[in-house]
Design a protein around this ligand. Structure first.
Ligand code: MLC
Ligand code: AMP
Length: 508
């Protein structure tokens, strides 16, 4: 028996001495070391009681050890469950109770607070710090450097990634070994990754983009990555001469364009710039072409589906579009109400099907059922159209979602927190065009009669409850919210009314 995903990585592994990652503090980890260290981490997991199918919830800083922990989970047959480092304790509490992990791995600095939450959900806790040290590493250090990988087939789970839901309750998207392996394989080919590529990896590794798109592609190509703890635009440009590719969210490109050092010369060694996770403005695409001579390749994906579409490597990379369905992915546009196919060129719901599409939401069979058609197509919640040349355009969202700097924020979650405050009658949270983050989270609040609740009161109240990136960048107080005849809040009216509030914000 084999381990479907790890075997796919092994099959493309170059000579053991080849470098897999270089860190910003000068460390270098070869493929051989990756094999040995991930074996040691896998042993440490097993010693902590982790068995195949057990969830391992991980909230740690970006380090090579965190990456090795992901690979160790794959090898041990566990289900990797990465969590944004910005999540607060109440947010963690929900994930632990919902996922019931066997083990939680957290930063040593947070262990005092996290351990009791983990324990109350039945999980043990180990630590892994921003220096790569902790109780997990200590245990791994004493272990053998080879490991018999757990037998895992294509349909076994490799990961659960939580994505916020329209109801405000996060859903765990279950991803199988084949979901991840098939998508990485397709992307390696489509984007022409080979063993000589060097990727600048400046994304966080707790979401699909940095974890799967970036890392799995590099492993599957036997290539190398420059593993940066944080996105620092000046530093990223300084890495261009040693690199061949960059993957980023649109905010990366907006911030890089603010740098004087971004020139044709500086980018001459690079072969590929990929953008995704949020819409890239045509204006950014065009400015990038002018400054560097490179056309950014935009692609479209989701936590639930991995990557669905991509602009072509060789053909025209068309600004404002997300290209064509990737090989093996079927994509159709339907009437959001009836589910019937739309005429070509008409806007409708984007639906996808393929080996990339997730297995379902963790312990939410009803939700899963509601988001799939009977013939297996997944209803993405994104609106789009296919133009006469076959390019897919994202034309908006059917779901009430804000994307800020590549992070998804569901208004309902923030509205619930604000509405619960004494002094607040009701609120509506909207996304407003923001030059740096793409959309800025904005709260429109109606006070209770006689209440003097302020922006600072609201900020203070949600501080320990919601991750920082979800906090409103502005709070606007109004006497009442606009409603349609059905009584539904008209968020489009609010978006229009406040469309310019971030116009003077400078990117970066
Ligand atoms: C940070 N802040 C944000 C924010 N990131 N606020 C809103 N939206 C964000 N995305 C807050 C900080 O808490 C801080 O608050 C203030 O903004 C300034 O922080 P910063 O130093 O400028 O932020 P920085 O650390 O530079 O982070 C910005 C960023 C980061 C764009 C580099 O957000 C990022 O790495 N985003 C990538 C997200 C990603 O990987 N998405 C992929 C999801 S997968 P204060 O108040 O303390 O100043 C997916 C599927 C697919 O979507 O298709 O790929
Ligand atoms: P997530 O749930 O974090 O995986 O975010 C997925 C969502 O990001 C998708 O449903 C889209 O709404 C959005 N998205 C991803 N890539 C793009 C893109 N290139 N253009 C527009 N929206 C995108």
């Amino acid at each position: 028996m084999t381990n479907h995903l790890f075997d796919a990585f092994r099959a493309s592994m170059p000579a053991p001495g080849r470098v897999l990652m270089e860190t910003d503090d000068g460390r270098s980890i070869s493929y051989g070391e990756m094999l040995a260290r991930s074996a040691q981490f896998a042993h440490a997991l097993v010693a902590a009681g982790v068995q195949p199918d057990d969830r391992v919830a991980v909230q740690v800083e970006k380090t090579p050890e965190a990456m090795l922990l992901y690979l160790a989970c794959v090898r041990a047959g566990a289900v990797f469950l990465p969590l944004n480092t910005a999540y607060t304790l109440p947010e963690l509490d929900y994930f632990f109770r919902d996922a019931e992990p066997r083990l939680v791995v957290c930063d040593p600095e947070k262990a005092g607070e996290v351990e009791p939450l983990a324990a109350s959900a039945g999980a043990a806790t180990l630590t892994l710090g921003r220096d790569g040290r902790g109780t997990l590493t200590n245990r791994a250090n004493a272990q053998p450097k080879d490991f018999a990988d757990a037998a895992r087939g294509p349909d076994n789970l490799a990961a659960i990634l939580y994505t916020s839901g329209t109801t405000g309750r996060s859903k765990g998207a279950m991803l199988s070994h084949e979901n991840l392996a098939s998508n990485a394989r397709v992307l390696v080919e489509h984007w022409r990754f080979g063993a000589d590529d060097v990727l600048i990896h400046a994304l966080p590794i707790f979401h699909t983009h940095g974890l799967f798109v970036a890392t799995n592609v590099i492993l599957m190509a036997g290539a190398r990555m420059l593993f940066e703890q944080k996105f620092d635009p000046a530093r990223v440009i300084s890495l261009f001469p040693r690199a061949t590719a960059l993957m980023g969210v649109p905010t990366f490109y907006v911030r890089l364009l603010q740098q004087e050092g971004l020139t044709r010369d500086a980018a001459s060694h690079m072969r590929l710039f990929v953008s995704g996770s949020a819409p890239l403005l045509a204006e950014t695409h065009n400015a990038w072409c002018e400054r560097t001579g490179h056309a950014i390749l935009e692609r479209y994906g989701m936590t639930e589906t991995n990557m669905n579409t991509s602009n072509p490597y060789d053909g025209e990379r068309r600004a404002g579009t997300v290209g064509f369905p990737l090989p093996g992915v079927s994509l159709r546009i339907t009437d959001p109400e009836t589910g019937k196919p739309q005429a070509q060129g008409e806007i409708g719901m984007i639906e996808v099907k393929g080996p990339n599409v997730f297995v379902g939401y963790w312990r939410m069979p009803e939700k899963t059922k509601a988001e799939f058609r009977d013939d297996g197509f997944f209803i993405t919640g994104d609106l789009g159209l296919i133009d006469a040349d076959g390019y897919v355009h994202i034309a908006g969202r059917g779901k009430d979602l804000i994307i800020s700097g590549g992070y998804n924020v569901y208004p309902k979650e923030i509205e619930s927190e604000i509405d619960a405050l004494p002094g607040v009658s009701e609120s509506a949270v909207i996304g407003v065009a923001h030059p740096d983050f793409g959309e800025g989270v904005t709260a429109v609040v109606v006070r209770k009669p006689g209440s003097a609740i302020s922006t600072a009161d609201i900020a203070g109240a949600i501080a320990g409850r919601l991750a920082k990136y979800k906090h409103p960048k502005q709070v606007i107080f109004v006497d009442e919210l606009p409603r349609n005849t059905m009584g539904k809040v008209q968020k489009n009216v609010l978006r229009e009314a406040y469309r310019d509030i971030y116009a003077t914000v400078r990117a970066g």
